[in-house]
Design a binder for this molecule. Structure first.
Ligand code: 2AM
Length: 224
């Protein structure tokens, strides 16, 4: 076995710089607060959706009980090498070259579903070089979705939900958009989360930011 084989991480990805991570956590809270206060949101709550047993006590921040320790955009989940293709991914010239380099991530939307809250990441051509070609097919084998459309930052998950769900939820939005369903425009948010709010049924909400959020990051591996 090569040295690299022994050192495959849990996952590769872009890790947010501390200041930008703090900013994005605040922005995420602002998003959930404004979403929870939106009349259209309350009106469309299904029984028990988003912990809404008691509408007057609806607290989205509490509902999304878990948040990653380090905010990041996963490029390749390796599970320390147990995942097929991890070794090949790690050995790519582009990956080796990018390791420990700085990147600016562009966030175009924030979204919340009854399972997850996350940010949509628009990868640049440079960043797409580090994106596995099968990332979208893995989740939606029957669909042809644009490369990189699964790219996201998990901001929070409901109590019994795994992080991996955030990218699956994002692809659900993308799939609906691809099929021409733009979602129902149900209002605007202001301040640091200025943008249009769209509703896609089944408790799927997306905020298209009028100004993309840019966060600085380092491409690296997580070995914890
Ligand atoms: P995330 O990228 O949506 O946050 C450690 O678990 C990290 O790897 C998390 O960031 C998690 O989701 C991501 N992850 C876990 N399982 C995964 C999988 N099967 N495919 C892709 N990413 C996964």
């Amino acid at each position: 076995p090569t040295l690299e084989k022994d050192l495959l991480p849990l996952y590769f990805g872009w890790f947010l710089a501390k200041r930008d991570e703090d900013y994005l956590r605040k922005t995420s809270h602002e998003f959930l607060e404004q979403l929870g206060n939106l009349k259209a949101f309350k009106k469309r709550l299904q029984p028990c959706m988003f912990g809404s047993e008691d509408k007057h006590k609806l607290d989205l921040m509490k509902y999304f009980a878990k948040s990653p320790n380090i905010l990041h955009c996963t490029s390749k989940f390796c599970d320390y090498g147990k995942i097929v293709g991890s070794e090949e991914y790690a050995q790519q010239e582009a990956v080796k070259k990018a390791y420990s380099k700085g990147y600016t991530l562009h966030l175009s939307a924030l979204f919340a579903t009854p399972r997850t809250v996350g940010a949509q990441v628009e990868l640049t051509a440079d960043q797409l070089l580090l994106w596995p070609s099968d990332a979208e097919k893995e989740v939606m084998p029957k669909d042809t979705l644009p490369r990189g459309s699964r790219a996201h930052i998990t901001l929070g998950t409901a109590a019994d939900v795994q992080d991996v769900q955030t990218g699956i939820d994002l692809l659900e939005f993308v799939k609906l958009q691809q099929s021409g369903k733009e979602g129902e425009n149900l209002g605007e948010m202001s301040g640091s989360v200025a943008g249009k709010v769209s509703y896609y049924d089944n408790g799927m909400w997306m905020l298209n930011l009028s100004q993309k959020i840019e966060v600085r990051s380092i491409f690296s591996g997580y070995y914890g």
